[in-house]
Design a protein around this ligand. Structure first.
Ligand SMILES: Nc1ncnc2c1ncn2[C@@H]1O[C@H](COP(=O)(O)OP(=O)(O)OP(=O)(O)O)[C@@H](O)[C@H]1O
Ligand SMILES: [Mg+2]
Length: 327
């Protein structure tokens, strides 16, 4: 697979704020790629540069071989974008929101009408085509924005926080469309999120971003493997500390409350058979056994010393710069 997006040493500076600080990554054709990071990590800035909406301070970004600064028009044709902040006109119907966007992109007449109806159908909004957007739920608005971004048949879809603030059902629906677009059209999708579950659920590869830097890139499994440890829990009918001696292949073993042993191992899939060998040979009675892979939050903690969750929950007032410029 060839690289459709190439980002090399990207830097974006606003006076005294370095929003993106030397980010490099590549995205392959047909890939779903997620930028995962807390508020202010530089995700939106990065994708706005890729979408030609902002100029980089330094570094190079190519989309389908075209330079985002020197060949912006060629890049724009290939990209559809759904912004982090709502960008629909509430006073217009779903159809008219699509129509205006289509006209701005050089579409018209029957072709535009057919495309609008097809895309509204794709996101299950056909029956609401002529209803004003002001009556739409958050999930419906997001779906309409996705449909609108697809009007000019882009090769690449950029989604900035596609499910921010949506209820679980609406999130699941958006996830379904994203998967569908990949499956049906082999679309390349670049998304930003600060939801770990979203990145893990959808993305082939995830770049963990914090304070303008890309800290690690890989599949969710690869990122978790960086920590090199899984945890196995075995609850025995009877138990004491001395049992840990039997599990000497574990990197660490301790007895938790309720006869529950916690074993830290490199790879649970290899260690579990060993656990059951010991259990069988000593005729121990097991009430329950389970294992846990590290979460992406633990990976983030490992990389930054902070929890991804904490760094989101403990945010103070949103920075002034969150007032978006591109409407
Ligand atoms: N126009 C601007 N002027 C000054 N600083 C800005 C501007 N736009 C963004 N910033 C700053 O750059 C940093 C990165 O912002 P960005 O919006 O790219 O982060 P993000 O990862 O998308 O965050 P969020 O999860 O909140 O959307 C932040 O510190 C932000 O305050
Ligand atoms: Mg953002």
């Amino acid at each position: 697979m060839s690289d459709l997006i190439v980002v090399e040493n990207l830097v974006k500076r606003y006076k005294d704020v370095v929003a993106v600080n030397g980010a490099s990554f590549t995205i392959k054709k047909g890939e779903i790629f997620a930028l995962l990071g807390p508020n202010g990590a530089g995700k939106t800035t990065t994708i706005h540069i890729i979408a030609t909406l902002l100029r980089p301070t330094s570094g190079r970004v190519l989309v389908a071989g075209f330079d985002v600064v020197k060949q912006a028009a060629d890049v724009r044709k290939r990209i559809g974008i759904v912004f982090q902040d709502p960008s629909l006109d509430n006073q217009l119907s779903a159809y008219d929101n699509m129509y205006v966007h289509g006209r701005l992109n050089g579409l018209r007449g029957r072709e535009l009408h057919e495309k609008i109806m097809k895309l509204l159908e794709l996101v299950d909004l056909k029956e609401f085509a002529y209803k004003k957007v002001m009556y739409f739920s958050g999930g419906m608005r997001r779906r309409l924005e996705v449909a609108r971004s697809l009007l000019h048949e882009p090769e690449i879809l950029i989604l900035d926080e596609p499910t921010l603030g949506l209820d679980p059902q609406s999130r699941a629906k958006i996830w379904d469309y994203i998967r569908y677009l990949k499956k049906e059209f082999d679309m390349t999708i670049l998304m930003t999120t600060h939801y770990m579950d979203e990145a893990e659920e959808l993305a082939h590869r995830i770049a963990i971003m914090d304070r303008g830097k890309i800290l690690a890139i890989g599949t969710a499994e690869e990122l978790k493997a960086m920590l090199g440890q899984d945890v196995i829990y075995v609850t025995l009918r009877k138990g004491d500390d001395s049992l840990c001696k039997l599990f000497n292949f574990a990197k660490n073993c301790r007895l938790l409350s309720g006869n529950k042993l916690e074993l830290v191992v490199d790879d649970a899939s290899k260690a579990l058979p060993e656990v059951f060998k010991v259990v069988n040979s000593y005729k121990l009675e097991v009430a329950e056994a389970s294992y846990r892979r590290p979460t992406l939050n633990e990976v983030f903690l490992h990389l930054t010393g902070r929890e991804l969750r904490d760094s989101l929950e403990h945010q103070l007032a949103p920075p002034i710069a969150r007032v978006r410029r591109f409407r």
